[in-house]
Design a protein around this ligand. Structure first.
Ligand code: MG
Length: 250
C-alpha cells in the first residue's frame, strides 16, 4: 500500500529531511585522510540526537550504527569501524536517515577523500547527475518506471552500470514503504505517481558490472568485480507543482 502524506505531514517530513541533510553535510565535512569511519558515525549520531531526532538506521534490522559508510568498492551498508581509516583518494558513500516527530528523512552522498582519480570523479559526477535525471521524472501522472529508466539511460550512456539488487523506496512513517523505486526500468511502467507520495530516489552506480554481493557480516555490500561504486540519494515529494526535494541542508 502506498501511503500518501497530508500537507501537515509533509511539513513534519520536511523537518526530518532537513535534519538528515544537515547530518549528511556535517559527515561530509569530516571526510578526510586519517579519520575513521566510526568517528564520522559518532558525529552523525550526536548531531541527530541534538536535534531531538533519532538516527533512522541505528538498530534498523539490527544495523549497529547511525550511518552506513561505504568506501570504494563497497556499494552500500558499510558498517562504521574504528579500524577503518580513510585515506587520500578514497570515495566515501555516506547514507544517513533521521526520524523526527514520527517521520523519516533519508539521503546519501558520495564524498571524495582528499584528491581522487579522474575516473573516480567522473563516476561521482555521473551518479549525482543521474539522481537529478531521475528526480526530473518524479512528476504526478508519470510512473515509477519513468524515474528508473531516466537514471539507467544516463549512466549506461557513460558505460557505468546500475545495481539491480537494491532499489529506492517510499519513505514516511516507515523508513521503507511502498513503492519500490528501481534505478532501472521501462518508461510508462510501474505505479503511477500522485501528489502526496514521498519517495527516496537513490541510484547505486558501479564503474564495472552491476553484480554485487553481501559479505559475511550480512550488511556490507560490495561489487563482485571490485570496481568502484557511488551512491546519491534524496527524499522527494510528488506535488502538484512538480518534484520537491525534501532533504535540503541549511
Ligand atoms: Mg534509502
Amino acid at each position: 500500500m502506498i501511503v500518501l502524506k497530508t500537507a501537515r505531514e509533509l511539513q513534519i517530513m520536511k523537518e526530518a529531511c532537513r535534519i538528515s541533510a544537515n547530518a549528511l553535510k556535517i559527515a561530509g565535512e569530516a571526510v578526510q585522510p586519517g579519520v575513521s569511519t566510526l568517528e564520522i558515525d559518532t558525529i552523525v549520531r550526536k548531531y541527530i540526537e541534538k536535534q531531538g531526532a533519532a538516527p533512522s538506521f541505528l538498530g534498523y534490522g539490527g544495523f549497529p550504527n547511525s550511518a552506513c559508510i561505504s568506501v570504494n568498492n563497497v556499494v552500500i551498508h558499510g558498517i562504521p569501524s574504528k579500524k577503518q581509516i580513510l585515506k587520500e583518494g578514497d570515495i566515501v558513500s555516506i547514507d544517513v536517515g533521521a526520524f523526527y516527530e514520527g517521520f523519516h528523512g533519508d539521503n546519501a552522498y558520495t564524498f571524495a577523500c582528499g584528491s581522487i582519480s579522474r575516473e573516480a570523479q567522473q563516476l561521482l559526477d555521473a551518479t549525482k547527475e543521474s539522481l537529478y535525471e531521475g528526480i526530473k521524472q518524479a512528476i504526478a501522472g508519470n510512473r515509477i518506471g519513468d524515474i528508473g529508466s531516466a537514471v539507467q539511460r544516463y549512466v549506461e550512456e557513460r558505460s557505468y552500470s546500475v545495481v539491480r539488487d537494491f532499489v529506492g523506496h517510499g519513505v514516511g512513517a516507515k523508513l521503507h514503504e511502498e513503492p519500490s523505486v528501481p534505478n532501472f526500468g521501462t518508461p510508462g511502467r510501474g505505479p503511477r505517481l500522485i501528489p502526496g507520495m514521498t519517495i527516496a530516489i537513490e541510484p547505486m552506480i558501479n564503474q564495472g558490472k552491476h553484480y554485487v554481493r553481501v559479505l559475511d557480516d550480512e550488511w556490507t555490500t560490495v561489487t563482485v568485480d571490485g570496481s568502484l561504486s557511488a551512491h546519491f540519494e534524496h527524499t522527494v515529494a510528488i506535488t502538484p507543482d512538480g518534484p520537491k526535494i525534501l532533504t535540503v541542508a541549511d
